[in-house]
Write a protein that binds this ligand. Structure first.
Ligand SMILES: Cc1ncc(COP(=O)(O)O)c(C=O)c1O
Length: 366
């Protein structure tokens, strides 16, 4: 008798969903030894004094216990620091990525539609697919503004359960016109999530509207203001919306280290605010220097990154690779979307990091 030995790849083939087998995971480049201008992080570290205060808090924690379910102090701290309306409720996520998943899980049955303008944050589409929702993207126009006719007709046709509007938008840096956003909200048959991941870099926000409109939630993260490593995002809105979405949150999703670090850092938020102001100054400098390259088109950015298009004489992928060889990692978007051909996205670094980037670019395209 011959015994057929089954290998794990046979089991995997029949067990893991076919669409998951075909998909690639969220693209994250190895940045070891490189100046990291690819992921819209803050280039600034926390000061030593604050790190010591965080260490002290952490040394007192009970590591053998699950995190407490009493989040009153954390809720109050976040609401005060980020101007969340008193009557609004908040839900915390292990990064806003997790909250995107929870929103889709709680709203969409298999086949229900999630809609977003595109190009936008790639995780809207990934999380939709992972959760068996159908993702509809509506291309922006050539200036990376909303194509309202297309948006409204897609809403009418597909009746999305959830619409994600990232503003400022990643990767274009664009903001949407208030009246147009209001029109989308008015026409949406379901929830509109306004993703304000980059809100710290603009004055523009829909936060004060979360309790005034019946179908919006505002999503934010601390990742772009210096705390990407903590993995902490918050979703704010009417209690009844938050209460429903909270049902699908994995228990204890915010770990004790993150919670204590957030409490300490956010009570010293002036440090982060100062860093944000410095990033905006660095951005002005980088924008004006990049503007001097005739081979580059810059798109107006309201965030902590700049999207550039390289003229056809040069190849964006080649420039990306050469910058990497020179020690600078940016994001190559060339092959990610029709509207992003020959485009690169540069996160704002320190003054010195930006100078290094500019010097390499001068040698490549001047
Ligand atoms: C628009 C937008 N939303 C959400 C996120 C995810 O942020 P987090 O680090 O909180 O998961 C990003 C990250 O780049 C983003 O660009």
């Amino acid at each position: 008798m011959t015994v057929k030995i089954k290998k794990s790849c046979d089991f995997i083939f029949h067990t893991i969903r076919q669409d998951i087998q075909k998909t690639t995971s969220y693209p994250i480049s190895d940045a070891s030894g490189l100046i990291k201008l690819d992921a819209m992080e803050s280039p600034y570290e926390l000061p030593n004094e604050l790190r010591e205060k965080i260490s002290k808090r952490i040394s007192l924690l009970s590591f053998n216990r699950y995190p407490s379910t009493n989040k009153k102090e954390l809720i109050q701290t976040i609401k005060n620091a980020f101007d969340i309306p008193l009557e609004a409720d908040v839900l915390f996520g292990n990064g806003s990525d997790e909250l995107i998943q929870l929103i889709i899980q709680s709203c969409c049955s298999p086949g229900d539609v999630v809609l977003s303008p595109s190009p936008s944050f790639v995780y809207f589409e990934m999380a939709s697919k992972f959760n068996h929702a159908k993702f509809i993207d509506v291309p922006l126009n050539n200036n990376f503004q909303l194509n309202m006719m297309e948006m409204l007709s897609a809403i009418e046709k597909h009746k999305p359960k959830v619409i994600f509007l990232a503003m400022p938008n990643n990767p274009t840096g664009s903001l949407w016109n208030n009246d147009e956003v209001q029109k989308i909200i008015d026409n949406a048959p379901g929830l509109v999530v306004i993703d304000e991941a980059y809100q710290a870099f603009t004055d523009y926000t829909w936060m004060q509207m979360v309790t005034k409109l019946p179908n919006i939630l505002v999503l934010r993260t601390v990742s772009k203001i210096g705390l990407a490593g903590l993995r902490f995002g918050y979703l704010s809105g009417n209690h009844d919306w938050i209460n429903q979405i909270n049902k699908v949150r994995p228990p204890y999703n915010i770990n004790i280290l993150t919670e204590q670090a957030i409490l300490e850092i956010i009570s010293n938020k002036n440090i982060l605010d100062k860093q944000t102001k410095q990033i905006l100054k660095n951005k002005d400098f980088l924008t004006s220097e990049l503007g001097k390259f005739s081979a580059l088109t810059l798109f107006p950015s309201h965030a902590n990154f700049i999207l550039i298009k390289i003229c056809n004489e040069f190849d964006a992928t080649d420039i990306y690779e050469k910058l990497k060889k020179g020690g600078v990692l940016i994001k190559n978007l060339s092959n990610s979307h029709n509207l992003l051909k020959n485009c690169l996205r540069i996160s704002i670094g320190t003054f010195e990091e930006n100078l290094i980037l500019l010097n390499i670019l001068k040698n490549l395209i001047n």
